[in-house]
Design a protein around this ligand. Structure first.
Ligand SMILES: Nc1ncnc2c1ncn2[C@@H]1O[C@H](COP(=O)(O)OP(=O)(O)OP(=O)(O)O)[C@@H](O)[C@H]1O
Ligand SMILES: [Mg+2]
Length: 274
């Protein structure tokens, strides 16, 4: 999709979102919108509620209060019908932190991908799906040997790439990446980041990126939210939030980037020229 221009419809709208587990308020009055084709990063310390927000967006967790609209449709209630579930899967996919939970340990990962293709692309002929499988594998840097492996026979990074391919199979409008790149080495991370950028240019896909790695955030996310104790403490354009943080917590976060050779100025120049 070509550049949608500055004023496009929000593809995700969240208002007054709240989640309480027992006595603990995990997410408290969270509101934000995401424009179609843009990408939003959610950053913040461990336990600040990032994954809980992502799980509510994907329908895995029911909000205690608040509303969620994705692609213009309300998602505050769980789905019952399979057709509706499939439609939602084509709207939004989530790639989890831990790839073990989303892969069947007994199944060759290529077969698993083909099953998903059959589910979401049922109208396409088998040859198309087989070809698409190879394309998807190539996209994330895996070969036929990997496709014939079971999850337990792959490395952590290879498994993570399989889950990214699985998320893209349904050609979703939105993909949530929850620490999905953290287990990859730097060169592979760069490769996947470039790939995600290319996919965005080609398809106008929207990303929601949860990451502790501010360099990754700078490269992929146009907007950034900072969460602390279940609340949004700061938000805005990524370059603004990370370059001149206003909230003391964001300042702390930017100062404590655990990366050697971290040069905010240099990274920001790169981001601004994007
Ligand atoms: N199913 C659950 N039951 C009870 N408490 C939960 C549940 N899921 C999350 N929590 C609590 O909610 C809070 C937010 O958790 P969440 O997983 O959203 O944090 P996070 O920001 O993703 O952290 P991290 O960066 O470590 O992944 C935590 O205090 C956590 O213990
Ligand atoms: Mg998390």
């Amino acid at each position: 999709m070509p550049d949608a221009g500055p004023k496009s419809e929000p593809i995700v709208e969240v208002a007054g979102l709240r989640k309480v587990f027992g006595e603990h308020v995990a997410v408290d009055d969270v509101s934000f919108t995401v424009e179609a084709g843009s990408s939003l990063a959610i950053v913040g310390e461990s336990g600040s509620g990032k994954t809980t927000v992502a799980r509510m967006l994907s329908g895995l967790e029911r909000p205690t209060a608040g509303t969620i609209r994705v692609c213009g449709r309300d998602r505050s209630r769980p789905v019952r019908r399979a057709a509706e579930r499939r439609r939602r899967a084509r709207e939004l996919q989530i790639v989890f932190q831990d790839p073990y939970t989303s892969l069947d340990p007994r199944e060759e990962v290529g077969d698993g991908l083909l099953e998903l293709l059959a589910l979401h692309q049922s109208e396409r002929p088998r040859e198309w799906r087989q070809e698409r499988l190879m394309e998807m594998a190539e996209l994330v840097g895996l070969d036929e040997r990997h496709l014939r492996s079971r999850p337990g026979e792959l490395s952590g990074g290879q498994r993570q790439r399989i889950t990214i391919a699985r998320a893209l199979v349904s050609e979703p409008r939105i993909v949530i990446l929850d620490e999905s790149l953290a287990s990859l080495d730097v060169s592979l991370q760069a490769q996947i980041l470039n790939l995600l950028g290319d996919i965005r240019e080609e398809t106008g896909i929207t990303y929601i990126l949860i990451s502790h790695d501010l360099a990754v955030v700078l490269q992929l996310a146009t907007e950034t939210l900072v969460m602390k104790d279940g609340r949004i403490v700061e938000s805005g354009r990524t370059v603004d939030v990370l370059h001149s943080p206003e909230h003391p917590y964001t300042k702390l976060l930017c100062d404590s980037v655990p990366r050697r050779g971290w040069k905010p100025e240099r990274a920001l120049q790169g981001a601004e020229s994007n």
